[in-house]
Design a protein around this ligand. Structure first.
Ligand code: WTA
Length: 640
């Protein structure tokens, strides 16, 4: 293994150098990506970059003759060159809860847990579920899995027991890391109890042999003898070093569940080599990474953003990450600004939802903080309006920090379209330009490529190293979901507009996915949950614009019997089936839904009616029952 740590490409580039990089990645992708890959440490360095193919069965294949270990890249090589550098600064939601770990210390903690996992029988290729709030053990858990070649599946703390059970069963997780209780401002979420219920719901399908419980609050929790163990007791028995498993670049590093247009969440599979190259490369390029950065990505680790920019990108690049457990405005507005000032955060990467929320608190809150340490600020998850962009730029970045809006997806592994800091001139509200090696393309509804300025379906003409390899245990679903709408292309599910000079503006999802505060929610997931309520015949969920959340969910429900029906039952069904975060803004009780003669629900109409936008409802004559439209309009008006 090579000893020297080579700084990632992309950091400190001029606009001209960046342009050259875009050219080179376009003209000689093999050479370019092998060069990037060689900045990592490999047991066997790859000799080829991509053998991916978007036709036929579809293959995403990067550096496949190479072997490496992701945790060695994120830890060991930095322990050799900078053991005392801070890797992770953790601040709990209460002032006095804090911890800082050097690379050496983080390495030791990861190794101890990796040894525990091995002792408990977790093998290379097994899935381990991580269901923790933003505490250090969550990050240690991910890296410990990577060390022994286990595949981590980080599960969102907001999922209901049912939502967790579905993902535990699908992944076949053999071990779960959870908390006694999670804190969220004043709220307490009984993580362990919810997990117990989830495992019970899996019944015979559960492969979970052990539950490791992290004591976050120290609450008393029920422990099942043999199966349940306390994290601290277990790691205390282990040594602080642990040999790393040698992994093929194509071996899965993690699964992450996300929503699509059908009910069942899909477990996107990310590989070890391509993913890490992409995480390191994009982290360096997009944020112009500097060795003394204090990098704060505010995303939860249960989100792809948390995987790539809380953990893998910055640690692969030997950076210092800040992890904050709490909410932006708890216990009081301005809490996150205080965290930035207290720790001298240099890069702050958050979401439009957060920006809209803090904007509402008024300018005094942000103006009473210094924020002088900030160098680059960014957002991800949904389009940011030009107004919010400007406010973020002026009030948080004080007019001197580049703002990077970053477009990407769980499926893409890392940022794809952005105005890389210091290299590309941003335009407020635009996603801007594809990164080096990203072959973004617009296709019209006939599948023809749109040249120059225009609008269309956002696709990728070729693979990039961060691309997900497959859907867990269902490669055919992967092929069908992403490669059949526009044959030969990866279809993102988003629409976009492009200016003559190549700048992209994302217009939003074109499928049945709603983006509520950055949470991807499939309308079919909501409808499936509502269908569990026996008072309901049928329902349709749509997303409409929402001031704070970006989009809000509205559900139209057709009850079995009028008058007997309780809208609160719908909320309960969604909270139980999906999670509280997906509870709709509004429920309309209606007689029927607008459908085509072939029985397809016309969501476009429901969306317009829910928005009280009654202009241009379009041709209604293709509906099975055109009469339903005025009736729906009247019912929505009456219900407010
Ligand atoms: C949307 C999050 C506009 C988009 C990393 C995409 C965005 C989906 C942006 C992926 C952005 C994400 N501008 N829209 N900067 N970033 N999106 O998988 O619709 O949770 O397809 O990944 O969010 O959401 P996901």
């Amino acid at each position: 293994m090579s000893e020297a740590f080579e700084a990632p490409a992309g950091a400190g580039l001029t606009a001209g150098q960046y342009k050259d990089m875009v050219l080179k990645a376009g003209q000689e992708p093999e050479v370019f990506w092998l060069e990037q890959a060689r900045k990592l440490v490999w047991h066997v360095p790859p000799q080829q970059a991509s053998r991916s193919d978007f036709t036929g069965d579809v293959r995403v294949d990067w550096f496949s003759d190479g072997y490496l270990n992701v945790s060695e890249n994120c830890l060991d090589r930095h322990v050799r060159s900078q053991p005392d550098k801070l890797a992770l600064i953790w601040q709990g939601q209460d002032e006095d809860q804090k911890e800082s770990l050097t690379y050496q210390e983080l390495h030791a903690r990861v190794c101890r847990l990796a040894n525990v996992l091995r002792r408990l029988g977790v093998k290379k290729g097994d899935c381990v579920a991580i269901h923790l709030p933003m505490v250090v053990e969550g990050i240690i858990g991910m890296l410990a899995c990577a060390r022994i070649g286990a595949v981590h599946v980080v599960l969102f703390g907001g999922f209901s027991a049912e939502g967790l059970a579905e993902r535990l069963s699908d992944s076949g997780a053999v071990l779960v890391l959870t908390a006694d209780v999670a804190r969220r401002g004043d709220k307490r979420i009984p993580s362990k109890t919810i997990m117990d219920e989830a495992i019970a719901r899996c019944g015979a399908e559960s492969r979970v042999r052990h539950v490791l419980v992290v004591s976050v609050t120290g609450a008393d929790v029920p422990m099942q003898p043999e199966r349940d163990l306390f994290y601290t007791d277990e790691v205390a028995q282990e040594q602080p070093d642990c040999p790393a498993e040698s992994m093929s670049a194509q071996d899965p590093l993690f699964l992450l569940y996300t929503s699509g247009s059908t009910g069942r969440p899909k477990g996107l599979v990310h590989g070890s080599g391509g993913y890490l190259v992409w995480a390191a490369f994009t982290h360096a390029t997009v944020f112009d990474h500097k060795p003394d950065d204090i990098f704060w990505c505010t995303a939860d680790t249960s989100w792809i953003t948390g995987h790539t920019y809380v953990v893998y990108g910055p640690l692969a690049n030997g950076g210092t990450i800040l992890v904050y457990e709490g909410l932006p405005s708890w216990p009081a507005p301005g809490r996150w600004w205080d965290v930035i000032d207290q720790y001298g955060v240099t890069v702050f990467y958050s979401s439009p939802t957060v920006v809209r929320g803090v904007m509402r608190e008024g300018n005094d809150v942000v103006r009473s903080r210094s924020l002088a340490s900030l160098r680059v600020i960014g957002t991800v998850g949904e389009p940011i309006s030009p107004e919010a962009w400007q406010w973020f730029h002026d009030e948080v970045g004080k007019g001197r920090c580049p703002v990077v809006d970053t477009w990407w997806q769980t499926e893409t592994g890392g940022v794809m379209i952005t105005a890389a800091a210091g290299c590309v001139t941003p335009r407020p509200g635009a996603a801007c330009l594809p990164l080096p090696g990203v072959r973004a393309t617009l296709l019209d509804t006939q599948g023809q490529v749109v040249d120059g300025a225009g609008e269309g379906l956002l696709c990728m003409a070729a693979s990039w190293p961060g691309q997900a390899l497959s859907i867990w245990k269902d490669h055919d679903r992967f092929r069908q979901t992403y490669f059949t709408t526009c044959p030969g292309y990866y279809f993102t599910g988003d629409g976009a507009r492009r200016e003559a000079d190549g700048y992209y503006w994302i217009t939003g999802r074109v499928d049945d996915v709603v983006n509520v505060s950055g949470h991807r929610i499939g309308t079919a997931e909501i409808e499936d949950a509502v269908a569990m309520d026996h008072e309901v015949v049928e329902s349709a969920a749509v997303g409409i614009p929402h001031d704070l959340k970006g989009q809000g969910l509205v559900v139209f429900v057709v009850p079995k019997e009028e008058g007997v029906f309780h809208p609160s039952a719908v909320n309960r069904a969604v909270a139980e089936g999906v999670g509280r975060y997906a509870v709709p803004e509004k429920i309309y009780v209606v007689r029927d839904l607008p459908k085509t003669r072939s029985g397809k629900i016309v969501r476009r109409l429901l969306r317009k009616i829910a928005m009280h936008d009654l202009e241009g409802l379009g041709d209604l004559s293709t509906l099975a029952d055109p009469e339903i439209v005025p009736e729906l309009i009247a019912q929505v008006k009456a219900q407010g």
